[in-house]
Design a protein around this ligand. Structure first.
Ligand SMILES: [Zn+2]
Length: 606
C-alpha cells in the first residue's frame, strides 16, 4: 500500500504550508521516515520553545496525528499519558477530528486548551469551563501496559471504603487454581476488612460455588497511583509504604499445599478518575507466586558432591480489577435493574430456548430454571447458544452452564426431563416418584413467568392448563418451518384475554393469521437422530428468541417504575418472508386475543 502522502497527493505539502504559516518550527525525523512514517520534532510554536514529537498515523487524514511531550515530567494532571508522554488534544472521540483539520490546527488551537485544562490546580478546576474536554474519566490504570494477560480479579465498583481505613485483609476466591497468573486467573474479592477487622466491603449476590478456592489477601491504600509500569517496581513501592507486607508469599495455592506453591495477593487502592474530574477508589492487584526449587540433586557417582540446590523462585504479576458489582453491570441498562429478583422457568432448550435462557441471564434475571431431556449434538451448534465443548452434555446442563457464564448474578437450576412421561424423574440413578403434575406445579409456583420453547403442542396445552390453575403467566414461543417466521403468545394471569384454546380456534378460523412457513416437505432428519427436525437458520430463529426475551422482560417489570416497557398485545407474529417467499426485514405484528365464542375454557374477567 502507498503511504498516505502518496495516496492523497499534495496533502503533505499542505500540512507543511500550514505549519509554516502558523509560525511552527519543525524538523522531520529521518529514522522514522526510513520506516515510512512521517514524524516531526516541533521545537517552537510562534515564540514559545517546546519539545514535542508529532507523528502522523498510517491512516492519515482519517485519524488525527499523535502529539507527545519529549519530557513528560511536569505539571500535567490530565490529558497526558504518564508513561509515554502522549498528549490527549481533542478527546478520544474520533468524531472531534475531521479530515480537513491539520497538524498546525492541532498545535495552535487544541494544544493550548490541553495545556490549560491539563495543568489546572484543584482549586482552579472547580471554576474552570471544561466544555473543551470529553465528559469522561481518564482512569490512571488505563495507562499501565504491564498487566498480566487474561487475568482479572473482580471487585464491586460500588464499594466506598471509609476514609479512615488504609489497609486490611481481603477474602479472595479464585475460580480455579492456574499454574500461572497469565492465561486464566479469574477470581473475585468477596470481602474487604479494615485494620481493626471491620467489614467494609462485601460482594453481594455472587454464588460462592463460582469461585471455590479461598485465599487470604491483603490490601493497601495509596495516596496516588504508582508511576511505574512494571510489577516489581510497583511491589517495591507498596512494600516501602507498608513494610509489614510479607516478602515471601505464604498462602498455600491449593488446599493441603501439595506442590508447595504459595501465593500472595495484594490489592492496591488509590484515587483515580471515575467520571470527568471525579475521583473514586481504583483497584489493582499484585499476585506473587512462589514455587519451590527442584530440591537437592543426588550426588553424581561415588564421592561426588551434591549439586547446589536451586532456591525457590517468586514471580510478580500485576492483575487488573474487574468492576462487577450489580450497579457496575446494570449501569448500561438501567431499565433492567428490577430483574435481579425475578425467576423464569424455560422449557425446551433448542435453538429458541437456549438463546432465550442466555439472554435472560445476560439481562440480569436473578434465577432461571431450565427443563429439557435432549443431548447437545454437533449439529445443534449451528443454531444453539452452546459451544463445541458442550457436545455430549445434556441440553439442560449445557444451557445452564451458558447462562451461568453469561450472568454473574444468575442462579441457574435445571431438570433433565421432558413432560409427557410417567413420574417426575424416572432416571435410574435418581428415581423421583412424584407425579409430573406435582413436579411441574412445584417449579411453576416458584417462577414469575413460564416460557415454553418446546414447539410441542401437547406441552403448550398442558402448561396452559397448569399455569391457568396456578395463576402464573405463560409465554409460548415457536418458529415456523424453514425459519420463515414465528409466533410469541402470552397468556397473562388475571387478564381478560383469550386462552390457549381460544388462540387455536382463532388460528383455525384465520381471525389471527398464521406466520409464514416453508412448504411442509422441507424438513430434515439428521443422521443418528430419532426424530426429524425443522429447518431454519440460527439467525432467523434468534429473531423469535430475542423477541420472546424482550416481551418477557417487559412483563417481569410491569410493576417497576422506569422498568423496560411492557408490550400491550398478547399475540406477536413474525414474518421473515413475504407472500412470494422473498426475504424481508423482520416484520413483527401485534394481535389482540379476544375470548372465542366457541371456547369452553375458563377465562378471567380481569
Ligand atoms: Zn378460551
Amino acid at each position: 500500500m502507498q503511504p498516505w502522502w502518496l495516496a492523497f497527493p499534495g496533502r503533505d505539502e499542505h500540512e507543511y504550508k500550514c505549519l509554516d504559516a502558523a509560525g511552527i518550527s519543525y524538523m522531520q525525523d529521518e529514522e522514522a521516515g526510513s520506516r515510512g512514517v512521517l514524524q516531526l520534532h516541533i521545537s517552537k510554536i510562534v515564540d514559545v520553545d517546546v519539545d514535542l514529537i508529532l507523528t502522523f498515523p498510517d491512516l492519515y487524514p482519517f485519524f488525527r496525528p499523535a502529539v507527545r511531550l519529549n519530557d513528560p515530567e511536569g505539571t500535567f494532571k490530565h490529558h497526558l499519558h504518564p508513561f509515554s508522554g502522549d498528549l490527549c488534544l481533542i478527546g478520544r472521540d474520533t468524531a472531534r477530528w475531521s479530515t480537513g483539520d491539520t497538524a498546525a490546527w492541532l498545535l495552535t488551537e487544541q494544544l493550548p486548551k490541553a495545556v490549560d485544562l491539563g495543568t489546572l490546580t484543584a482549586d482552579a478546576e472547580r471554576a474552570a469551563d471544561l466544555s473543551d474536554e470529553d465528559a469522561q474519566a481518564e482512569p490512571f490504570t488505563e495507562y499501565y501496559t504491564c498487566f498480566a494477560d487474561e487475568a482479572m480479579l473482580l471487585v464491586d465498583g460500588g464499594w466506598q471504603l471509609p476514609a479512615d481505613a488504609n489497609s486490611g485483609e481481603l477474602d479472595v476466591r479464585l475460580s480455579s487454581v492456574a499454574p500461572d497468573v497469565e492465561g486464566g486467573t479469574l477470581g473475585a474479592v468477596f470481602g474487604v476488612t479494615a485494620e481493626d477487622g471491620r467489614s467494609i466491603g462485601v460482594l453481594e449476590g455472587v454464588h460462592p460455588t463460582r469461585f471455590p478456592h479461598k485465599i487470604l489477601g491483603r490490601w493497601q491504600r495509596l495516596s496516588a497511583p504508582v508511576r511505574h509500569d512494571d510489577p516489581k517496581s510497583i511491589w517495591q513501592h507498596a512494600r516501602n509504604l507498608r513494610p509489614e507486607l510479607p516478602e515471601a508469599p505464604r498462602e498455600p495455592m491449593t488446599p493441603g499445599n501439595a506442590h508447595g506453591v504459595t501465593v500472595q495477593i495484594t490489592g492496591l487502592v488509590f484515587p483515580e478518575e471515575r467520571a470527568q474530574r471525579q475521583l473514586g477508589d481504583g483497584w489493582m492487584f499484585l499476585v506473587r507466586i512462589r514455587r519451590p526449587g527442584p530440591g537437592t540433586q543426588p550426588p553424581k557417582g561415588k564421592g561426588g558432591r551434591r549439586q547446589p540446590q536451586t532456591g525457590p523462585t517468586t514471580t510478580t504479576a500485576l492483575v487488573r480489577a474487574g468492576y462487577s458489582g450489580r450497579s457496575d453491570l446494570t449501569g448500561r441498562m438501567p431499565e433492567l435493574e428490577g430483574l435481579s429478583g425475578r425467576h423464569v422457568l424455560v422449557l425446551g432448550l433448542g435453538a429458541l430456548g437456549s438463546t432465550v435462557a442466555e439472554h435472560l441471564a445476560r439481562a440480569g434475571v436473578g434465577r432461571l430454571t431450565l427443563v429439557d431431556r435432549d443431548r447437545v449434538e454437533p449439529g445443534n451448534l449451528v443454531r444453539h447458544a452452546t459451544q463445541l465443548r458442550h457436545v455430549g452434555w445434556s441440553k439442560a446442563k449445557a444451557v445452564s452452564d451458558v447462562a451461568r457464564s453469561a450472568g454473574l448474578y444468575c442462579e441457574v437450576g435445571y431438570h433433565e426431563l421432558s413432560l409427557g412421561g410417567v413420574r417426575w424423574d424416572p432416571a435410574p440413578h435418581h428415581i423421583d416418584e412424584r407425579s409430573q403434575q406435582d413436579g411441574i406445579a412445584e417449579i411453576v409456583d416458584e417462577a414469575d413467568i413460564v416460557i415454553d420453547c418446546t414447539a410441542e403442542k401437547a406441552v403448550g396445552q398442558a402448561l396452559a392448563w397448569i399455569c391457568a390453575k396456578r395463576a402464573t403467566t405463560l409465554m409460548i414461543a415457536s418458529a415456523t418451518n424453514g425459519g420463515w417466521g414465528g409466533r410469541v403468545a402470552t397468556f397473562e394471569a388475571h387478564k381478560p384475554t383469550g386462552c390457549w384454546s381460544c388462540l387455536e380456534l382463532h388460528l383455525h378460523e384465520g381471525t389471527i393469521p398464521a406466520a409464514p412457513a416453508a412448504p411442509e416437505e422441507v424438513g430434515v432428519q439428521p443422521v443418528g437422530c430419532g426424530e426429524p427436525t425443522f429447518t431454519g437458520t440460527g439467525f432467523d430463529l434468534a429473531e423469535v428468541a430475542l423477541h420472546t426475551v424482550r416481551t418477557s422482560v417487559g412483563l417481569l417489570q410491569n410493576d417497576v417504575a422506569d422498568g423496560y416497557p411492557e408490550q400491550n398485545a398478547p399475540v406477536h407474529l413474525l414474518a421473515l418472508r413475504d407472500a412470494a417467499a422473498a426475504a424481508i426485514p423482520p416484520c413483527w405484528t401485534a394481535h389482540p386475543l379476544p375470548v372465542h365464542t366457541a371456547c369452553t375454557g375458563q377465562h378471567s374477567s380481569g
